[in-house]
Design a protein. Structure first.
Length: 316
């Protein structure tokens, strides 16, 4: 058998260039270029921007992950392109490629490189979740990460079909439909719900926290610039989920204080009827409160409590 195989006419051996080295060289150049563009050109424009510390941190995370992912993607595309161009079928060449058997070095490299990438992402992701302001997500009732320094402004976010309302416990606990925040001060959001599961998503603040009934979900952010914040419900919560949309405003500290003081006095009569400020509310008492609101003439006939005039920003 061996003799017969040896006797078969074999084409003259071609001198093969070092394909591995060529692919590696192309990959190094492309990866470096892609990473530089990702970090310096595209990076500063990546979502969710840098209106708050939490947002800027998420932008950093996305930049880091993009820089790690680009060389992987570049390798796949370069190998694909190289194979198409260099190893394509040529006229008159009906020869089969050499059979492939185990290649210890390639296997070891593959397993090592992929393991290192995945473990690095795991380590980086865990570190950023635990340390960097809880990654802007709700950390539950007793957050691991807390800001240091001056006491944060507390804002309670109450999800309800189909509205977010906000209570300011440090200003007498008034409840309003307008989210107004001061620039340069830590905000401690306490997110809860009166009915089904909602999710408080304040895009430019980099905050996205589930609003569960009976649960106090805490999230932190500090706005570093004034501006407008898009607020959406990010959890399908019923018929008008798509309409659970609003804008919040980050304003100067003076503008915030004057808004908070005037809203506090404007809503004083409503605040008296509200249940006292608490981290969670008993959803079964909501209809009772709503009835009291209608009776007092401060809610619509449907009983929904949507107090407060819309906020017009002083320094948009
Ligand atoms: Cu919702």
């Amino acid at each position: 058998m061996a003799a017969a195989a040896d006797a078969a006419p074999s084409p003259a051996p071609r001198s093969e260039p070092n394909h591995g080295l060529r692919i590696f060289a192309i990959w190094v150049v492309v990866s470096l270029a892609a990473d530089l563009v990702l970090w310096f050109v595209w990076g500063p424009h990546m979502p969710p921007g840098d209106l708050s510390t939490a947002a800027a941190n998420q932008q950093f995370d996305i930049q880091v992950m993009a820089v790690m992912a680009a060389p992987v993607m570049a390798f796949v595309l370069i190998y694909f392109g190289y194979a198409l161009v260099v190893w394509r079928h040529r006229e008159g060449d009906d020869e089969d490629g050499p059979p492939l058997h185990g290649h210890a070095r390639i296997q070891a490299t593959w397993i090592t490189v992929t393991s290192v990438i995945v473990l690095c992402l795991f380590g980086f992701g865990t570190y950023e979740l635990v340390t960097a302001q809880g990654a802007g997500a709700g950390e539950g009732p007793s957050p691991i990460w807390k800001p240091s320094g001056a006491a944060p402004l507390q804002v309670q976010v109450i999800g309800q079909q189909w509205r977010f309302t906000y209570r300011y416990p440090q200003f007498g606990g008034f409840e309003t439909t307008a989210l107004v925040l001061p620039v340069g001060r830590w905000v401690e959001f306490h997110v809860t719900s009166l009915d089904v599961i909602h999710s408080f998503w304040a895009y430019q603040l980099g905050v996205k926290a589930d609003a569960n009934p009976g649960t106090d979900n805490v999230a932190f952010a500090k706005a570093t610039q004034t501006g407008q914040v898009t607020i959406r419900c990010a959890e399908l919560c019923g018929l008008w989920h798509g309409a659970m949309f609003d804008y919040g405003h980050v304003v100067s500290d003076t503008a915030f204080m004057s808004w908070a003081r005037s809203t506090r006095s404007a809503l004083a009569s409503v605040t008296r009827i509200l249940p006292p400020y608490a981290t969670t509310y008993d959803p079964t008492v909501v209809p009772t409160i709503n009835k009291a609101m209608v009776k007092a003439g401060i809610a619509g006939a449907n009983g929904y409590y949507y107090p407060g005039p819309p906020y017009t920003p002083v320094n948009p």
